[in-house]
Design a protein around this ligand. Structure first.
Ligand code: FPP
Length: 353
């Protein structure tokens, strides 16, 4: 029997009332049990192996992608039911534009259809209060697909219980490049003067106001004629008029013309400054990264978001085979590791006390 016919028979059996009731009960019980433990807040899926699945099962490539979407819908339901807040999926890499034209147009057609379907009233995202975000190179999205993307975002924008990040078309390197450019832009703009009570100028002012008038100039490094205007101005201390930028940068030019403008100090760029320009800036840290199809690479996905506590799982199944039964062992393993880490931490604390 072909895989498609096989899947149809399975689906038919599962819809028989007593069977579907029993399956639903078993699933609910299992999810209820899992919810007793810690739940990852952010899970990413690299949905790999649609074409190999299609080839192995003698079906069209696009049918493999279609079955991949069905697997995605099932997995999303399990995640949201368990209490995962953010799911990020790699739906289309920038590199995927190099695939045969017919496959790219088939994937785009599928994206239009599925985006429309996903956000309908009463459908998956509506039921779990999940909002769609599309992350990636917006200007690479074909003109006929863009309205579907925008409509899906608009229709789900009031859903605030959970998030579905669809990376489309995306690569981490492109995301990081854009974030670094945005950070450079941010630090190349004259900084807003921040009248904080702790600025150097404000402190000086306060000290001076408490000293007798004739004591002046008692603070030689901060004289009125100080060559460094930042010393006079009431600006935030993270702002500097000294430069680490190349000659010709807006900062040096501003200084050269004699009207030194305070710029944010590039030395004060932190991980958070760059992170604030990532697509996932307001998402919780990535807890679990899953890639299917037995390929053990990240392939330019979530390179920034994978941090020291992200647990990476490579599964053997092809993405269209992904379901509750493949996801649960991952979740259990993660919960187990969390328990071990917590025990390790409290053991270390006890030793130091
Ligand atoms: C809402 C929305 C747009 C959903 C997207 C649905 C979906 C499952 C997209 C994945 C497409 C894709 C390129 C998968 C990778 O498998 P592959 O084709 O690289 O398979 P292979 O590794 O066997 O070649």
């Amino acid at each position: 029997m072909s895989i498609k016919a096989d899947a149809n028979v399975q689906r038919w059996i599962a819809t028989l009332p007593p069977i579907s009731w029993a399956l639903r009960q078993a699933r609910e019980m299992l999810i209820g049990t899992l919810r007793q433990g810690p739940i990852p807040q952010h899970v990413a899926f690299e949905m790999d192996g649609n074409r190999r699945f299609a080839k192995n099962n003698h079906i069209e490539t696009i049918e493999g992608h279609n079955m991949g979407f069905e697997a995605l819908a099932k997995v999303l339901e399990v995640c949201y039911k368990c209490g995962v807040k953010v799911v990020t999926v790699y739906a289309f890499s920038i590199e995927n534009f190099n695939r045969p034209k017919s496959e790219v147009s088939g994937l785009m057609k599928m994206a239009k259809l599925k985006l429309e379907q996903l956000c309908q009233h009463g459908e998956l995202l509506d039921r779990y209060g999940a909002g769609i975000r599309v992350l990636g190179e917006r200007d690479m999205i074909p003109d006929d697909v863009l309205p579907f993307v925008d409509r899906a975002i608009e229709m789900t924008k009031h859903n605030t219980d959970a998030v579905l990040n669809i990376c489309f078309p995306y690569t981490s390197r492109a995301e990081m490049t854009a974030a670094i450019k945005a950070t450079v832009d941010e630090f190349s703009m004259p900084a807003e003067p921040a009248a904080t009570p702790f600025s150097q100028a404000r402190i000086t002012e306060t000290i001076r106001s408490k000293q007798p008038k004739r004591a002046e100039p008692s603070l030689p490094t901060l004289r009125e004629d100080s060559p460094d205007p930042a010393a006079k101005s009431d600006v935030d201390d993270s702002v500097s008029s000294t430069t680490t930028l190349n000659p010709g940068s807006p900062q040096t030019e501003a200084k050269g013309k004699g009207k030194a403008m305070p710029f944010k100090d590039a030395e004060s760029i932190t991980v958070d400054s760059i992170n604030s320009h990532m697509y996932t800036a307001d998402c919780p840290p990535l807890d679990i990264f899953i890639r299917t199809s037995n390929v053990m690479r990240l392939s330019d996905f979530m390179l920034w978001q994978c941090h020291e506590d992200t647990h990476i799982f490579f599964l053997k199944c092809f993405w269209p085979e992904m379901d509750l039964w493949h996801f649960i062992p991952v979740l259990l393993e993660w919960q187990w590791r969390q328990k071990k880490e917590r025990e390790g931490r409290s053991g270390r604390r006890l030793k130091t006390e």
